[in-house]
Design a protein around this ligand. Structure first.
Ligand SMILES: Cc1cc2nc3c(=O)[nH]c(=O)nc-3n(C[C@H](O)[C@H](O)[C@H](O)COP(=O)(O)OP(=O)(O)OC[C@H]3O[C@@H](n4cnc5c(N)ncnc54)[C@H](O)[C@@H]3O)c2cc1C
Length: 494
């Protein structure tokens, strides 16, 4: 079995035949090789690209990494795994943030990488749809739509490496949910391989189809625990005629929330993005990516920066009139202290780079306790005020790196060790207590412990403790019905 494109592991050790029944394993590897060809069944050398997650929190060991290139090959792989009672972990771009895309440490799970299943099968401009295979990188889908002068609006910082299958399996959100919805709302149909290796073709690009249960919606957001998504029919939109982007500084989150309300009123459906960034988040970006210019100088009296984006179907003059009217009204009423409007596509991109660099800057700064939470927009400011106080009281000097999609009520409310305290020590000693404070507050404010990243392994116990027992029982029933042997991504979500 080969391992293309990666050097052998330390000492070039053979990894095969070390686990459980060697003959059983050999028979499975043979069946997998028959399904996809021996070169696409990787068992030797450095497999860390597939076995270690993006945050480097989860390090697993796969029985084999299998790389099918067609739906039929995926089905053959899943039939082989079913015949041997073997667990399957689907993987796309391995950019997930909740420890759901890598195998566990048992060495008994087959990692199915969808990366080679990466064709755009069709663009139907009249139907405003695009059908892509699961391993298509999000950016490639955006580019295929743009080539037809159409827009696929899902957009997130990992778009150069995450895949459509992973986006759907996590029901990804990103920066344009406010206007266009999350991955679920952008998907009209799916093709799925079941744990038994059967293919369900639900790809018809219909906007209306009331023929029974919405199977598509079960697989979206299931994090690979019910089946393998092999293709999707996605919704496209007309490209906007003009885009406006600005950064504005606000004294507090209360003002930022009122600015959001004003933006809704002034821009209507043209309001496409509304991101918020706390001062510490931008300070970390300046520290780790000094080449990124900050158009608004840090202002202690206005420590929150908002990124507002508008898309307009009429044109530049119309967009600018509305957008500048919004910012003038906000300045006059004291909602914002200052603003900078992007005068070119390059300046707009630079503003987005600042926002998108935050998770990368945080990773550079050291491990942190991440929270991807959703709250009613109207309660975000009160939540942050109350929770900041509780955390500072419990862990004096703790650094709160707060940013996110305020327009959707989705905060990345991350907790970094106090200056001078080793990140690893802080996490080891306090992660659980930090989570308890944050998630208890989320509960009190009527929010959700996962907005867009999913549950994975990271939040599985929190889900079990905090989701309603009725909802959990229904979810377990669905899992049993669709994956009766519990072999799909075990230990994740439920
Ligand atoms: C820098 C950065 C920024 C991010 N920003 C955002 C953001 O703004 N919004 C947001 O929502 N998320 C964001 N994410 C996390 C997000 O979940 C992923 O980037 C993306 O949606 C996952 O796609 P992937 O192909 O990498 O999936 P993977 O990481 O490979 O897998 C994620 C999950 O999906 C499952 N899966 C993958 N492919 C399939 C398939 N074909 N069939 C069934 N299950 C499958 C896996 O088993 C796993 O449970 C960010 C991540 C990074 C690293």
């Amino acid at each position: 079995m080969g391992h293309e494109g990666a050097p052998p592991g330390p000492g070039g050790e053979k990894r095969s035949a070390q686990h459980e029944g060697a003959p059983v394993k050999a028979a499975l590897l043979e069946a997998l090789a028959a399904a996809v060809g021996p070169a696409q069944v990787l068992t030797e050398g450095d497999l860390s690209a597939w076995e270690v997650d993006w945050r480097k929190r989860y390090r697993g060991r796969a029985l084999a990494v299998v790389r099918p290139a067609t739906t039929a090959e995926v089905a053959a792989v899943l039939r082989a795994c079913a015949a041997h009672g073997t667990a399957v972990v689907p993987q796309g771009g391995n950019t997930g943030l909740v420890g759901a895309s890598v195998p566990d440490a048992s060495g008994t799970q087959v990692l199915v990488s969808l990366a080679r299943l990466n064709r755009v099968r069709a663009v139907d401009a009249a139907n405003l749809t695009l059908t892509a295979e699961a391993g298509c990188v999000l950016q490639a889908v955006q580019e295929a739509a743009a080539a037809q002068d159409l827009l696929f609006p899902l957009s997130l910082a990992a778009e150069g490496s995450c895949t459509i299958g992973g986006n759907l399996a996590t029901n990804a959100g990103g920066t344009q949910v406010l206007r266009y919805g999350n991955a679920r709302e952008l998907c009209l149909g799916l093709e799925v391989v079941t744990p038994a290796g059967e293919i369900w073709d639900g790809l018809a690009g219909l906007r209306k189809d009331n023929t029974g249960y919405a199977l598509r919606d079960l697989y979206i957001g299931a994090e690979g625990t019910l089946g393998v998504i092999t293709a999707a029919t996605l919704k496209l939109c007309p490209q906007p005629a003009a885009r406006m982007t600005a950064l504005a500084s606000c004294a507090d989150l209360e003002a930022a929330t009122r600015l959001l309300q004003l933006a809704h009123a002034r821009l209507g459906p043209g309001l496409t993005g509304f991101e918020v960034m706390g001062d510490l988040a931008l300070t970390l970006v300046a520290r780790h990516f000094p080449q990124l210019r900050r158009p608004l100088a840090p202002d202690p009296a206005a420590p929150w920066t908002v990124l507002v984006e508008q898309s307009d179907s009429e044109g530049e003059a119309h967009a600018r009139g509305l957008f500048e009217g919004l910012l003038e009204a906000a300045l006059e009423s004291g909602l914002i202290a200052d603003a900078a409007v992007a005068e070119s596509v390059a300046q707009s991109k630079a503003m987005w780079h600042l926002r998108e660099a935050i998770p990368l800057a945080q990773a550079e700064e050291g491990a942190n306790v991440k929270h991807d939470i959703a709250l009613p927009v109207s309660r975000v400011a009160a939540f942050v005020a109350a929770t900041d106080t509780l955390l500072q009281r419990a862990f004096p000097g703790v650094r709160l790196v707060n940013f996110g999609h305020l327009g959707d009520g989705n905060l990345h409310y991350n907790v970094q060790a106090p200056d001078g305290v080793a990140a690893a020590d802080f996490l080891r000693e306090h992660e659980h207590a930090v989570n308890t404070i944050v998630y208890d507050a989320v509960g009190r404010f009527g929010g959700s412990i996962s907005a867009e990243h999913g549950i994975g392994a990271l939040k599985r116990d929190e889900l079990a403790a905090r989701k309603s027992p009725v909802a959990l029982a229904l979810m377990r029933d669905i899992k049993r019905a669709l994956d009766p042997d519990g072999r799909m991504n075990p230990g994740r979500v439920l």
